[in-house]
Design a protein around this ligand. Sequence first.
Ligand code: ADP
Ligand code: ADP
Length: 245
Amino acid sequence: MPLLEVKDLVVEFPNRRGTLRALDGVSFAIEPGEILGVVGESGAGKSLTGAAIIGLLEPPGRIASGEIWLEGRRIDNLGAKEMRQVRGRHVGAIFQDPLTSLNPLYTVGRQLTETILTHLPMSRAAARQRAIELLADTGIPAPEQRVDHYPHQFSGGMRQRVVIALALAAEPRLIVADEPTTALDVSIQAQIIQLLKSICASRGAAVMLITHDMGVIAETCDRVAVLYAGRVAEIGPVHELINHP
Ligand code: ADP
Ligand code: ADP
């Protein structure tokens, strides 16, 4: 059974002439442990596909038809509360801007600990220890001290490592990463991508990696889906679809 199955997904927005079909029947699957790259020109529907899976499609955008299945459970038709539970527990999200995912008012340790305690049966002390381990695993130096720091006390690259730690805190089976390195210095983009790849592999988590960077796809992904005008134009092994020197 695939980890994630998206079937004939149609997402619409109201516009002056009636409705705009932003996603026009998107179908694909992600196998456990796989890294699927999603590419396509601006406006092709990459972010909307990710948002629909995470359960963060913003009104007036709506799923008009189609189905999304996660580990054999249908998730496109869940209520808001159930969707939050599924998303928090089973799907981790990483966005372009680390500040989208982090609360500036709380230490990173508190955010990690709360996420862990919301989804996993653990004592507060064990969750804090787990938070420090997650920071260590994502390559944050001196995690015992850093755990008590606020997001603004981290550099951009370190902050995105914290976001990866947070996305993994509930031990999800799937990570949806939407342009996770686009906002970072070029010199650290490759490090973050390698980290994402290795840490997800070591945890058996699958990744849906949305990016416009073909180099990232070539180095990281097993398969790639090419979106065009709200549809999957092509999907297959990276070496068959992308020529990278
Ligand atoms: P990107 O390629 O970075 O996703 P886009 O230009 O496609 O950039 O869109 C950026 C964001 O702007 C989208 O995620 C969406 O929320 C919003 N957006 C895109 N198209 C429209 C539109 N026609 N009307 C309003 N908002 C839009
Ligand atoms: P991509 O991530 O591939 O750049 P998006 O998934 O953000 O593209 O958007 C796909 C299309 O959906 C856009 O080109 C636009 O037509 C439409 N769209 C996205 N967000 C909005 C929005 N908030 N309002 C209206 N249309 C939108």
